[in-house]
Every structure is written in structure tokens, then in C-alpha cells.
Design a protein around this ligand. Structure first.
Ligand SMILES: *[C@@H]1O[C@H](CO)[C@@H](O)[C@H](O)[C@H]1NC(C)=O
Ligand SMILES: *[C@@H]1O[C@H](CO)[C@@H](O)[C@H](O)[C@H]1NC(C)=O
Length: 356
């Protein structure tokens, strides 16, 4: 209505001026991430979603390819995150690539980092489908290069951030050693993450001893171990990062959904069959305790590090996991990772809004 009125009575210059003012206003209201908490909000249906068709992203790994693995319900792909008091600017992959021309981005962490890394490479690839790319993997380092732009989007798989060293006694998790940081120097944007491996026990625990200073132990309180490692990482950031050159983010704690009591559905023993998110902004089960530990560690750091605080918004997405459509197939039950297209696209969408 407004527009037809405007076009009807205005001369062309007036119209342009008004449009210009609208654009300015729109931009101000949207890019207000300084004043607006982008992580408080709710999920709303948006039929223009998902941001990409996963079939148009040929390099997605099988563990995130839910549709290819047989998932038929697609409502979960049509939710947009709506912050409470402002709007996210729509993701613009072309603009993202231009901003990072000749630069490098590195995700460092476990498979949740791989999840977000794959999401970003897909979001950028669909934005520039004819731009050449080169994907290589050497041991723990995966490098996705948009060769036409000279943009590198990398993944360093490093599940604890601190080191695991093979010694005579066995594999030692060293909470105050961070030699792995050698790979993180001279990168333009770093996005760290660690959490999911801190509670591993038994055969899937990739260390035999844990060391702090000169003390070597068979085990210790895992939350304290996590906190100690984060302090080591914070020290590394403070002594190695030049904030004028490098932006640093922490991916935050990505939650799992294996206990329906936490979302008021006690009969659910996993995320299988979940087709809708929780509506509203509250998760009945509250935040995992690791979030508090992480926030405490970040508060002690001097270098600017932005927490990509994805926990609550992801907690609301009990419908977003692969469940039986992941790497393990019907016998696996993956309620930790996320389908792509899906929730990690929103993490990247918010990341984009934070660097504008
Ligand atoms: C892809 O990247 C690798 C590692 O950087 C390099 O050795 C290789 O030549 C590249 N391939 C192409 C086609 O550019
Ligand atoms: C699920 O969560 C509820 C509520 O916190 C708790 O009482 C219960 O022990 C949990 N169940 C499992 C299997 O962890």
C-alpha cells in the first residue's frame, strides 16, 4: 500500500530519496548487532528457507546428508532464526567472498566444527556456483579454497585444542600444552570449539593419562579438565593473536538431544522422529553446565573473542539432528550433529551478521 501511494504521487527523485532513507534505516535497524542480542529469539517458519538445496552442494559429507540418507520430512529445513529485538541481514555469500578476498578462515575443533565448516562452504558455493574451488585434506587439515577469490576456508580437526602426546606410558592429554596452535597463526578469522570429547570414556577416549604441570593422573574431574584446557587456550590467544589482523570467535556449546525429559517429552529417548522445533525462547531443561564454564573462561581473556552463543537456539532444534539418517544409518542414532542444510547455517548466518 505504502509503495503504490509513493509511486503514485511522487516524482522520481522523491521516490529515490525515500528509498534511500528506507535503505539507510533498514541497514541501521538490522546491523545493530552491537545493541541487539542476536542469540535471544525464536524459530519462525519461512518458506524461503533453506538457504540452499543440499543437492547443490556436491561435497557435503555423508554424515550430514540427511536427505540423501533417506530423511523425508523437510519442515525442519524451513525455519529461520528471528532475534527478539532486531532482524538478521540475509546471508549474502557474494559479499562474504568479497570481504574475505585473499584471506583465510579456519575452524578449529571437533566434528561440530566440521559441521559448521561444511555449512559455510555450502553457503558460499551456492552463492558462487561457477567459481572454481579446490578441496584438499591432509591428515587433520581440510582446506576449501575458492580459487577465483583466493579465499581459504579451513578446518583443523583438534578435538581438545590442547595436545594429546604419545609417550612411553601411553597417550597423554596435556592440559597446559598447546603446540597445535602452530597451525592457527596468520589466519584472518579463527572459530574455535571444544567440548564434546571431554566426557568420553572407555574405548572412544583417545588418551590414557591426563597431565597438568608435572602431575600425571589416570583421570580427573572432566569439567575441571575442560576449564583448565580453556585457560591454556585463552593464554595462547592472548600471546599469539594480533586483534588488528585476526578476528577470533568461539563456536560455543552445540547441544545434543538424547533425553526427552529435558524438552517435556519424557517418552522420547532420542531425537528420532522429531519434526518440529520447540516454539518460543525457552528450553525446559536449561543450559548445559559447560556453557557457564566456557563463559567464565572467555571473561578472563584480554584479546577480543566473540562467543557465537549458539547453545539456546540449537537446544530448541530437537528436530535438526540426523538421528537415523546420519553416518551410522538406522543403527546409529546421531542426535549430536546437525543435518545440512540446517541449524549450522544459522550459526554462519549470525557469524556473517557479526562481521558486517
Ligand atoms: C589444490 O590445493 C592443493 C593444496 O593446496 C594443491 O596442491 C593443488 O595443486 C590444488 N589443485 C588445484 C587444481 O588448484
Ligand atoms: C533425563 O533428564 C532428567 C531430568 O533432568 C533426569 O532426571 C534423567 O535422569 C535423565 N535421563 C537420562 C537417561 O539421562
Amino acid at each position: 500500500m505504502k509503495m503504490s501511494f509513493l509511486v503514485h504521487i511522487s516524482t522520481l527523485p522523491h521516490t529515490l530519496l525515500l528509498l534511500f532513507l528506507l535503505v539507510i534505516h533498514h541497514h541501521k535497524a538490522n546491523a545493530a548487532s552491537d545493541q541487539c542480542d542476536l542469540f535471544t529469539g525464536r524459530w519462525v517458519v519461512d518458506k524461503s528457507y533453506p538457504l540452499y538445496d543440499p543437492a547443490a552442494c556436491p561435497f557435503i559429507e555423508r554424515e550430514f546428508s540427511c536427505q540423501k540418507n533417506g530423511r523425508r520430512d523437510l519442515d525442519y529445513t524451513e525455519y529461520r532464526w528471528q532475534p527478539l529485538s532486531c532482524n538478521l541481514l540475509r546471508f549474502n555469500g557474494q559479499d562474504f567472498l568479497e570481504r574475505f578476498r585473499g584471506k583465510s578462515i579456519m575452524f578449529v575443533g571437533d566434528s561440530l566444527s566440521r559441521n559448521q565448516w561444511q555449512s559455510l562452504t555450502c553457503m558460499l558455493h551456492v552463492a558462487a556456483p561457477y567459481a572454481k574451488y579446490n578441496l584438499t585434506r591432509q591428515e587433520d587439515l581440510s582446506i576449501f579454497t575458492f580459487t577465483d577469490y583466493g579465499v581459504k576456508v579451513m578446518l583443523d580437526r583438534n578435538v581438545y585444542l590442547v595436545d594429546v602426546v604419545r609417550e612411553k606410558i601411553g597417550r597423554v592429554l596435556k592440559l597446559d600444552s598447546i603446540e597445535g596452535g602452530k597451525l592457527w597463526k596468520n589466519i584472518d578469522m579463527l572459530i574455535f570449539n571444544t567440548w564434546h570429547w571431554w566426557n568420553r570414556r572407555g574405548p572412544s577416549q583417545p588418551w590414557d593419562y591426563i597431565q597438568v604441570g608435572r602431575q600425571i593422573m589416570k583421570d580427573m574431574d572432566r569439567m575441571v579438565a575442560f576449564e583448565t584446557a580453556l585457560a591454556t587456550w585463552a593464554g595462547w590467544v592472548d600471546s599469539n593473536i594480533d586483534p588488528a589482523k585476526t578476528r577470533v570467535f568461539f563456536q560455543g556449546i552445540s547441544p545434543s538431544h538424547y533425553n526427552g525429559s529435558l524438552w517435556n517429552e519424557p517418552s522420547a529417548k532420542s531425537c528420532v522422529g522429531q519434526k518440529q522445533p520447540l516454539l518460543g525462547s525457552r528450553y525446559p531443561g536449561g543450559l548445559p553446565p559447560a556453557v557457564g564454564v566456557l563463559k567464565g573462561a572467555l571473561s578472563k581473556i584480554t584479546t577480543p573473542v566473540i562467543l557465537l552463543d549458539v547453545t539456546l537456539l540449537s537446544l530448541l532444534r530437537k528436530d535438526g539432528h540426523p538421528s537415523i539418517y546420519g553416518l551410522g544409518g538406522p543403527t546409529g542414532m546421531d542426535c549430536s550433529h546437525w543435518c545440512l542444510a540446517g541449524v549450522p547455517d544459522t550459526w554462519n548466518h549470525i557469524l556473517y551478521n557479526l562481521i558486517l
